[in-house]
Design a protein around this ligand. Structure first.
Ligand SMILES: [Fe+2]
Length: 174
């Protein structure tokens, strides 16, 4: 267990494990259909992105529950039905539908679900402002892609300066 999983487990037992299983199954289905070797890149990337986003949100001193949900689901639609971007539907839309189904099944409040879906859709839809959780998850996603050097600078050296420069307006995720 880590900080991210502990936050989810304390409010909705089993939710974190379900999210991880969904990611593992999606990538396995893609690997099967494309005759690729087993891998868990999606799970590993999602764990790192959520951990980075969690640290960023803690710097902002906001409740991290909804933002880390956005981070954990942000790539959930990447391998829709075992395929990669084959149906022309943005992967974030697939992610939003998966998110809504799972969070509803776990009894998450409708308003909170709506906030998560809005942030997920803001990741790709330019008509929706990417602020709050969307912005930080987008940054965390990119930082993970930069690799350890970028994350290290952010989290252990320049965090205060970075936080001041990237401060977002309140918790306008709803
Ligand atoms: Fe990502």
């Amino acid at each position: 267990m880590n900080e991210v999983s502990n936050i989810l487990e304390s409010r909705y037992p089993g939710l974190y494990a379900n999210i991880e299983m969904m990611l593992v199954v999606a990538e396995a289905q893609f690997n099967d259909q494309t005759s690729q070797a087993p891998s868990e890149f999606l799970l590993d990337h999602t764990r790192r992105t959520a951990a980075i986003a969690h640290k960023l949100f803690k710097m902002e001193e906001v409740d991290t529950f909804l933002p880390i949900l956005v981070a954990l689901y942000h790539d959930a639609g990447k391998f829709h039905e075992g395929e990669y971007h084959r149906d022309g539907v943005p992967e974030e839309e697939h992610a939003a539908l998966l998110t809504e189904t799972m969070l509803t099944a776990f009894g998450v409040d409708r308003v909170e679900i709506g906030a998560v879906l809005k942030a997920l859709r803001a990741l790709y839809d330019n008509r929706v402002p990417c602020i709050g959780p969307c912005r930080i998850v987008q940054d965390a996603d990119r930082l993970d892609k930069f690799g350890g050097a970028g994350c290290g600078r952010l989290l252990y050296q320049g965090s205060a300066a970075w936080t001041r420069s990237s401060r977002w307006a309140g918790t306008d995720a709803a």
